[in-house]
Write a protein that binds this ligand. Structure first.
Ligand code: NAP
Length: 327
């Protein structure tokens, strides 16, 4: 960066994307303030980083934090926060837009979801509505749109990982044929850093697709292969996403409400068909899916409780390569 590094408020700093992004922004020389509803807890788990109290339900905390920075990254969602989460997300986006305008922010970067090529789930509808609201203000806003982000700590990848690691017999319903473009967390971080500094006139929407278009079935089976695990596969064409979400909730560690919402989002293909952030980063080498999975599995293995390790070894005792825990 040529001039003095901008000060950035990173909302969602304790979350999956936020915690990966925090260190990258620091490496790039940004002055980073992490926003969280519980700064004490955040400081305990990431000593040395700056956090301050930011609750999007409390506009005063928002305005106080935004008045001290030049730019902001918006990584907040309310999925898992009850049935009325879409309303909450809309209210939060409106409050953020208004506070950003009052504080004269230079730029907002928001990471949201990508529009499916067919039916749209409640979760994706709400993520897209958040983008529309943020972009409709006077602060130039880059809305980045991604499908599943692959990395340790990603709720959506955790579902894929647990299904791949825990099922010796895999039931593959037809909706798992829908294709999307999973992207490595390292590539998402690079995209957000670029979006914070690239030349910008007004607001824009840019896709952040991974390099391969894969079905849910491909993702699970390739993740299983990376775990040296060979599950038997059985097609069950008539099982709907809604029905599947019940056993997915039972098999995986994912938050039940989040799992249901994410699985509902897999009814249609989700493939980028507009401008991409990569158009302005032509030399950036995107991470192949299998490499992203290998990194994510190592990170996930570190977090896995002992009882889950034992359970997975027992479940996979009959598969060809029972080691589901790369070191
Ligand atoms: N993960 C993926 O695969 C994926 C894919 C595509 C797009 N995205 C997008 O990426 C963004 C970040 O996702 P993520 O996976 O990193 O989520 P995450 O791990 O669940 O983190 C969400 C963060 O939101 C914060 N938060 C929630 N409610 C808040 C409120 N009222 N005020 C202030 N902060 C609040 C939480 O911080 P505290 O609890 O510390 O306050 C938490 O750190 C989201 O916009 C999501 O749509 C993610």
């Amino acid at each position: 960066m040529s001039k003095a590094a901008p000060r950035v408020l990173l909302t969602g700093a304790t979350g999956f994307v936020g915690s990966h992004l925090f260190s990258a922004l620091e490496r790039e020389g940004f002055e980073v303030v992490g926003g969280t509803r519980d700064p004490e807890r955040a400081r305990t788990s990431a000593p040395g980083r700056t956090f301050r109290h930011v609750d999007l339900d409390d506009p005063k905390s928002l305005e106080a934090a935004l008045s001290e920075v030049d730019r902001a990254v918006y990584l907040v969602h309310s999925m898992g926060g009850g049935r009325r989460y879409a309303e909450a997300e809309q209210k939060n986006a409106q409050a953020f837009r208004a506070a950003a305008e009052r504080c004269g922010l230079e730029r907002i970067v928001y990471l949201g979801g990508m529009r499916p090529n067919g039916a749209i789930s409640r979760h994706l509808k709400s993520r897209l509505a958040t983008g529309v609201t943020l972009r409709s203000g006077s602060v130039p806003t880059v809305e980045l749109q991604a499908t599943m982000v692959v990395g340790g700590g990603s709720e959506s990848f955790r579902i894929v990982r647990d299904l791949a690691a825990r099922l010796p017999l895999m039931l593959l319903p037809r909706w798992l044929e829908s294709r999307s473009q999973p992207v490595a967390i390292a590539d998402v971080v690079a995209a957000i850093v670029h979006a914070l500094t690239m030349p910008l006139e007004g607001s824009t929407v840019l896709a952040v697709p991974g390099p391969e278009s894969l079905s849910g079935r491909d993702m699970i089976l390739r993740t299983a292969r990376t775990l040296s695990h060979e599950p038997k596969v059985l097609g069950v064409p008539l099982v709907t996403p809604r029905l599947s979400s019940y056993w997915i909730r039972w098999v995986t560690r994912a938050n039940p409400q989040v799992a249901t919402e994410l699985v509902e989002g897999l009814r249609s293909n989700i493939v980028a068909d507009g401008p991409e952030i990569w158009d302005s980063m032509p030399d950036y080498p995107r991470t192949p899916f299998d490499d992203a999975v290998a990194v994510a599995l190592r990170e996930e293995a570190r977090e896995l409780p002992m009882r889950s390790r034992v359970l997975e070894r027992l479940l996979n005792v009959f598969s060809r390569h029972p080691s589901a825990h790369p070191s």
